[in-house]
Write a protein that binds this ligand. Structure first.
Ligand code: GTP
Ligand code: MG
Length: 348
């Protein structure tokens, strides 16, 4: 009888570079989510993480992110760096291996042991997907990939999540997208470390680049990096003293043209990614961001645990009574929350 390896064995196999172990580990963290298997596995892998360079690639649907990720991976492979790819790609959520849009492009990379590609299923809640993505990145990091590329479609919460996860964020745009896409853009530019105008073969690409440059210049005073990388400032995060604006070193967001079909401009883009990483390292920003992220993660976990603990002890009927009271305008939500907490001496 074949025995399934336990978490510690599986983690050791992942760290040793085992392919099947890697695939299984990612499935476990993706499917089991917060179950004990996933938790034990992640705990065993965690000490082996923190070495990979994490690159986020986001932007409106159809701008060519997957095609570009393919080219960036090829370029990195040429300089012998191993590459893990996690794609949250709604156009092909369940396609398994062939995530990069079509199989022809995939041929470039398949069979190369220095590369591993995983498409995350977009089923389930957004929160669950964000966690699954972040856990998959952690597994790839532990497996020793030099660079991990994370593709997500920039729409709403996903962009905040990717900004928190990645060290360098590429925001990909392309000419000829509709007005609805323009609206998405303004918000997403805030998280860009490098802006890419893809589809440079399109004659309108220069115009798109100029428009983006104008948007960048116009941009409201840059949001503090804390807001950029957490999306909110509440709870535990307030224990960090606020840094005076302007105290932080400056990075000029470059705008880069690429043609992801031919690979034109991709080598330069990869060089730009490397300079951003240099900037992060030399200025101490890398460590600062890692600390900000650790604090935000701790904060999120604390909230989860506290809520779960509270719900264990709470009388469900009491919640309905309080909801009725709020609806009847007898209690404000805050007062109702305090009442629930006061009835829970076990929480101290
Ligand atoms: N002309 C041109 N077409 C491109 C370029 N890059 C990608 N495309 C095409 O644009 C379409 C969308 O490319 P994808 O790479 O799937 O775009 P995506 O941003 O990953 O799309 P989603 O994951 O659905 O958001 C495909 O038909 C690509 O072949 C480019 O540089 N020039
Ligand atoms: Mg895609």
């Amino acid at each position: 009888v074949r025995r399934m390896p336990d978490s510690a064995e599986l983690a050791a196999d992942v760290v040793a570079g085992g392919r099947r172990a890697l695939a299984r580990a990612i499935s476990i963290v993706e499917n089991a989510g917060v179950g004990p298997d996933a938790e034990n596995l992640l705990a065993a892998l965690f000490p082996h993480t923190g070495h990979a360079i994490l690159i986020g690639v986001t932007g409106a649907p159809g701008t060519g992110k997957s095609t570009l990720v393919n080219q960036i991976a090829l370029s990195l492979r040429r300089s012998d760096r191993s590459v893990g790819i996690v794609a949250v790609d709604p156009t092909s959520p369940f396609s398994g291996g062939a995530i990069l849009g079509d199989r022809i492009r995939m041929r470039d990379l398949s069979g190369d042991p220095g590369i591993f590609i995983r498409s995350m299923a977009t089923r389930g809640s957004l929160g669950g997907l964000a966690r699954a993505t972040s856990d998959a990145v952690l597994v790839l990091d532990a497996a020793g990939f030099d660079v991990v590329l994370i593709e997500t479609v920039g729409a709403g919460q996903a962009e905040v999540d990717i900004a928190r996860l990645a060290q360098t964020v590429l925001v990909v745009d392309a000419p000829g997208l509709g007005d609805d896409v323009q609206a998405v853009k303004a918000g997403i530019l805030e998280i860009a470390d490098v802006i890419v105008v893809n589809k440079a073969d399109d004659p309108r690409a220069d115009e798109t680049a100029r428009m983006l440059e104008a948007m960048l210049k116009l941009g409201q005073p840059a949001p503090s990096a804390d807001m950029r990388h957490h999306g909110r400032l509440m709870g535990l995060e307030t224990v960090q003293p606020a840094e005076p604006a302007g105290a932080r070193p400056h990075w000029d967001v470059p705008i880069h043209l690429t043609n992801a079909l031919t690979g034109e401009g991709v080598a330069e883009l990869v060089a730009q990614m490397a300079s951003h990483h240099d900037y992060l390292t030399k200025t101490g920003e890398l460590v600062r961001r890692a600390r900000a992220r650790a604090l935000a993660d701790l904060d999120a976990r604390l909230r989860e645990v506290l809520i779960a603990r509270l719900l264990e002890h709470i009388d469900r009927a009491e919640i309905h009574v309080l909801v009725d009271a709020i609806v009847a305008r007898e209690l404000m939500p805050r007062q109702a929350a305090m009442r629930l907490l006061e009835a829970q001496p076990t929480l101290d």
